[in-house]
Structure formats: structure tokens, C-alpha cells
Design a binder for this molecule. Structure first.
Ligand code: ZN
Length: 291
């Protein structure tokens, strides 16, 4: 009796339909077919910017499509918080000669120590031009019940070299060869002249509620507050989760970089990494030159 019923069930159209639906959903969810729910942005997807500074965006085999930057909703990891934008800036309004838009990474090392006026914030030096914004951010967080503190600010060449060498030696002591030790160490500490901390524009921020530099900081009250509010003060979360292939740096929910309010807002709204933002400005400038 049971076997008969089971046989009938297996052959029923209802079951076939269910299996097919589940299969289709599975393929859509676990494959990279863009479903419209979320689409991960990569620099290579952006084929340029039009005259009005809007992204020209390429996906799949379709032709180029134009997305106004404000409506450009990509979802790399976190949904931007809801807010009304007062300053609507398009990519063409940014100038890479702006001191605050300096790109520093392994491919773009500094040529020498940055020469900026420093100001001490609770024991850590920062470029004095970002001092007020930093102070305002820390104060507003405190008003929201979040007690933040700086755990790293400006580092000069010697300090960065010292930290880097120390990390290499640590891995050598663990038994790695010199080459291996350098490779692992450079993922943890950036080599001298390639660290944003050498610009005076980057700060590491933790909270008294979560004072360890780990990935869980990003999910702490302080980490969430910083991620959602830092742009209002001109800062960006410099190494977001899921963007390691672009930034070449692991997710660092504690590392914030000053880029100025307009740039920070633009980067936040469009869910970009600083590398992608920089690349877009370059592309726009080049398309201007060839006009
Ligand atoms: Zn840092």
C-alpha cells in the first residue's frame, strides 16, 4: 500500500514541478547569473564614464548601459543606510591633484615620507587638516553612546619599516623561509612607503566595547556605527569585506581613511573601493583629454 502511494507520488506532476522549481532556484542562487537581487561590482565592469560623469557599465554580453551614479545600487556586502543626499557629486567633479585623494597601496607607493603638519589626537598624530573632522566624528559617536578610541594614526617611514621587519622576523622564527616570511608578513603589515598610515590621513579606530582588531569589530555596535556614519565626516571604510581582490588588503573594519566629505559620500553611496573610485576619475580625465 505504502509503496504504491509512493510510486504514485513520485510520478505525479506536482512533484516534478516542485523538483524543477527547486532546481531552477538553486541554479539562480548559487551560480553567478545576475538575478537583479544583487550584483557585485568590479572595476572591470565599468567601461567608462559619459560626459555627465555617469558610469558606463558593462555586464555580460549586453551593450553598455548608463546608470546615473545616484541610482547605481550595487550590493557588495552592506546596504548603505537611508539618507537624503544634499551634495550630489558626479565623478567629474573630483580632481586627483587633491591632497586628500592620494592613492597609496602596493602598486602606488609613496616616493618619500609625506610632508604634512601633524597634530596629536589622544596620543596619535594625524594630518592636522583632518583633526577637526576626526574630533567631530568621535564626539558624535559618543553622543550616540559609542566610546571610540584611536589605536593608530600617522607612522613615519622608520616606524613602518620597523613594524614590517618585526613581522617578517616573527614568521622567520616560526620556521618559514625568508621569501615565505616576506610574503606572509606583507599581507599583515604593508611594506614601508605603501601604507596609508604614512599619509597622516588614515586612522585605526576601536571602541572600549570591542578593543581588538579583528573582523568581529565590524559587527560590533561601534563597527556598524563607523561604517554607516564615517562618510559624513569625510572618512571611508578603506578595506571593505569582499573587496580583497581589489584592495589587496584583508577586510579591516577598524581602518578609516580621510578623503574629504564629497568623495566619501560618493564612495559610500556607490559602494566603491577607493581603488575603483580612483580608476573612475582617471578614466574620466583620459576621456576628457581625447575629446
Ligand atoms: Zn590601519
Amino acid at each position: 500500500m505504502i509503496i504504491k502511494r509512493l510510486k504514485r507520488l513520485l510520478l505525479s506532476n506536482k512533484l516534478k514541478f516542485t523538483v524543477a522549481t527547486v532546481l531552477i532556484l538553486y541554479i539562480l542562487i548559487f551560480s553567478n547569473i545576475p538575478t537583479g537581487f544583487s550584483y557585485i561590482l568590479h572595476a572591470s565592469d565599468i567601461s567608462g564614464v559619459d560626459e555627465e560623469g555617469r558610469f558606463l557599465y558593462m555586464h555580460g554580453l549586453e551593450d553598455e548601459e548608463v546608470f546615473p551614479s545616484g541610482d547605481f545600487s550595487v550590493n557588495r556586502n552592506f546596504e548603505p543606510a537611508d539618507f537624503e543626499t544634499e551634495i550630489h557629486k558626479n565623478i567629474y567633479s573630483f580632481d586627483l591633484n587633491d591632497d586628500f585623494l592620494i592613492l597609496v597601496n602596493k602598486d602606488h607607493p609613496l616616493l618619500k615620507d609625506v610632508d604634512c603638519e601633524l597634530k596629536n589626537y589622544n596620543g596619535f598624530d594625524v594630518d592636522e587638516r583632518i583633526y577637526d573632522s576626526l574630533q567631530e566624528m568621535m564626539k558624535d559617536a559618543k553622543n550616540d553612546g559609542i566610546n571610540l578610541f584611536i589605536s593608530s594614526g600617522y607612522r613615519n617611514y622608520n616606524t613602518q619599516s620597523y613594524l614590517y621587519e618585526k613581522k617578517i622576523n616573527y614568521f622567520k622564527r616560526l620556521g618559514y623561509s625568508k621569501e615565505e616570511a616576506i610574503e606572509i608578513a606583507s599581507k599583515k603589515v604593508t611594506p614601508p612607503l605603501t601604507s596609508e598610515h604614512e599619509t597622516g590621513l588614515a586612522v585605526d579606530i576601536l571602541s572600549y566595547g570591542h578593543d581588538i582588531m579583528d573582523q568581529e569589530f565590524g559587527e560590533s555596535e561601534a563597527g556598524v556605527w563607523l561604517r554607516e556614519n564615517c562618510f559624513k565626516y569625510g572618512f571611508i571604510l578603506r578595506y571593505p569585506m569582499g573587496a580583497e581582490d581589489i584592495t589587496k588588503i584583508q577586510y579591516e573594519p577598524w581602518h578609516f581613511r580621510y578623503v574629504g566629505k564629497d568623495a566619501a559620500e560618493f564612495i559610500y553611496i556607490n559602494n566603491l573601493t577607493f581603488e575603483e573610485f580612483y580608476e573612475l576619475i582617471l578614466e574620466y580625465n583620459e576621456s576628457e583629454k581625447t575629446k
